[in-house]
Design a protein around this ligand. Structure first.
Ligand SMILES: [Zn+2]
Length: 576
């Protein structure tokens, strides 16, 4: 595909060029215009959609900037206020309008004349949103989002003291990778003890969430929250049965590989008995990988890596550098985490990171870079709604980029040995995430199809599922109770229910993309770009097909992919 990175800002046609989002009162007239406008032909409908899209883009870019500024400097009160103002004073007032505009679109006789090959997923989402909307669920959903925030405040307060110093659990986690086994054990024990202090409080919170979620489902005419949530998440391309097939396939075809990796680590560590604090550890004398020093160096090297893969990808990053859209280096006052934030109007996204020179930061950069390429490629589509693609394809873009770039990581690593180690670590992560995804997903299916269960029932089922996806190599004795509450550390269960299998689907897809890449690089990259350029104008099945892979998580397919990864690992010196 012959493309240079687009930098073209969408031209405004409906709002004045100098319009800025300040207050709801200034925005409302545009919503009123769209709501009241009469549509008397297909052309008028298309113009209406274009204007709606422009309004959405202007608002979305503005809201994104509020979030970016706040996360880049959490100490700036003005940034925080601007963000909160949007959430409280603008967003809630737009919601009823969007509901009415959706209805207006569905009611128009010209809607069925729109080109199905572009509009199908969009119209399906609109119809879905309208069908699921229940007025009586609005206050319950508002209550749910407040309740879900309690999870953040309960777990955000958790700290541990190690050698006289206080750490958050995220900060303490890095000690678990230390070659010092005593430090690892001390850390693990401190974290376990701290988490156990809040286990009842989290159980209580979770019961409240389950109860209200079940009510939302009943109000919307579903028998359980699982079935409701499948619809709400727009899972039209797969069913609960496909998820069950995924669980079985992971147990049968990924677990043996996972076992091989844990045994490989055990041998490297020279341990007779693996304890829970050994699973992320490095052997004594092994320094952690250190692929770069500064944010600037990370950006330069990422551009070089991308340009070796395909110049277009590098052009995307270069455009972002020119427009000041990378903030990579960790510094005081920055929010934690990393993200790629698309900017709907300018079309050039923003990458935020907290890089500190680790191997994890390098993969995050490749990952977010994949999301950025997706933002650039889909920006050329005419409507904002066409660019609202779901996670199953968004994560395919980012996870594939991690694997595609792997062979060029010598840009970051000076020795063959370091490069090899980084590649093995990456594949290790790809494999070990799958059993955990299966565990969490299978658990959620049970949670929401068994309303009214007791804490004890839940604990028993959790242990059964957790054991199903454990290698059995690690000796957990003395930590049985902690392990029985291990699910409480998974934020998604509390904050974004049922969201999780998407990562598994995309991860398998990324492995399939990498296999395709190893067979025919140029073809695989062409297919990758073609699929991402479609945004969400095709169904997931179609998008995966355009990418040259199958949208499939049957045992037979997963078996194929797992043998492919196994071969790669063995060729890198990992012994089975
Ligand atoms: Zn991602």
């Amino acid at each position: 595909m012959e493309l240079t990175a687009p930098t073209e800002k969408v031209k405004r046609d409906f709002l004045p060029e100098d319009f800025q989002v300040k207050t709801w009162d200034e925005l409302q007239p545009y919503f009123e215009d769209l709501k009241g406008r009469s549509i008397n032909s297909k052309e008028e409908l298309e113009k209406w959609l274009k204007d709606l899209s422009e309004l959405e883009a202007v608002i979305s870019e503005d809201a994104s900037w509020r979030q970016i500024r706040m996360t880049c400097d959490t100490t700036n009160k003005e940034f925080e206020d601007a963000f909160t103002y949007f959430c409280l004073e603008i967003e809630p007032k737009m919601k009823p309008y969007f509901f009415e505009l959706n209805n207006k679109l569905l009611a128009s006789p010209y809607t069925k004349e729109l080109d199905k090959s572009m509009y199908f997923p969009y119209l399906r989402s609109v119809e879905n949103a309208v069908q699921l909307y229940r007025e009586e669920n609005v206050p319950i959903q508002a209550e749910l989002s407040v309740l879900a925030q309690n999870y953040g405040s309960i777990s955000g307060k958790m700290t541990v003291t190690i050698d006289g110093q206080e750490y958050t659990l995220q900060q303490a986690a890095r000690f678990l990778q230390s070659p010092d086994r005593n430090l690892r054990e001390k850390t693990f024990r401190a974290v376990a003890e701290r988490r156990m202090q809040d286990k009842d409080q989290l159980n209580e919170l979770f019961n409240k969430l389950l109860e209200r979620r079940q009510q939302v489902a009943l109000n919307a005419g579903f028998k359980n929250y699982r079935d409701y949530k499948f619809r709400e998440l727009g899972r039209f391309d797969y069913t609960p049965e496909d998820c069950f097939a995924f669980h079985t396939a992971v147990r049968e075809h990924i677990m043996p590989l996972q076992k091989m990796l844990v045994e490989h680590r055990q041998r490297r560590l020279g341990l007779e008995r693996m304890r829970p604090w050994d699973t992320d550890a490095e052997p004594v004398g092994t320094e952690p990988l250190h692929p770069f020093e500064t944010g600037q160096e990370l950006a330069d090297k990422a551009i070089e890596t991308f340009s070796r893969l395909r110049p277009y990808f590098a052009n995307c990053l270069k455009t972002m550098v020119q427009m000041n859209r990378l903030d990579l280096e960790s510094r005081k006052g920055k929010a934690p985490g990393g993200y790629n934030c698309p900017l709907a109007e300018t079309g050039v996204p923003f990458i935020f990171m907290n890089a500190a020179g680790t191997m994890g930061d390098l993969t995050t950069m490749m990952h977010e870079g994949g999301h950025a390429v997706h933002s650039f490629l889909s920006h050329r589509l005419p409507l904002s709604s066409f660019k609202e693609y779901p996670m199953e394809i968004a994560e395919l873009a980012s996870m594939s980029m991690e694997l595609f770039t792997m062979e060029y990581w010598d840009v970051f690593y000076k020795t063959e040995e370091e490069l090899r180690r980084a590649q093995v670590e990456e594949l290790e992560r790809v494999i070990s995430v799958l059993p955990w995804i299966a565990t969490i997903d299978k658990f959620q299916h049970w949670l929401y199809t068994n309303p009214g269960h007791s804490d004890k029932d839940r604990e028993l089922i959790w242990m059964e599922i957790l054991n199903e996806f454990s290698t059995g190599i690690t000796d957990w004795s003395g930590f049985e109770e902690y392990r029985a509450h291990f699910w409480q550390k998974q934020l998604h269960l509390f904050e974004v229910p049922f969201y999780y299998i998407e990562y598994g689907i995309a991860q398998l897809g990324a492995v399939a993309m990498w296999r395709q890449y190893r067979n025919n690089k140029e073809q695989a990259l062409d297919n990758y770009m073609a699929a991402l350029s479609q945004g969400y104008t095709k169904t997931l099945k179609e998008l995966y097909e355009i990418a040259g892979i199958k949208f499939d998580f049957s045992p037979a397919y997963i078996k194929e992919l797992s043998s492919f990864v196994k071969e790669a690992l063995v060729s890198m010196g990992v012994k089975g």
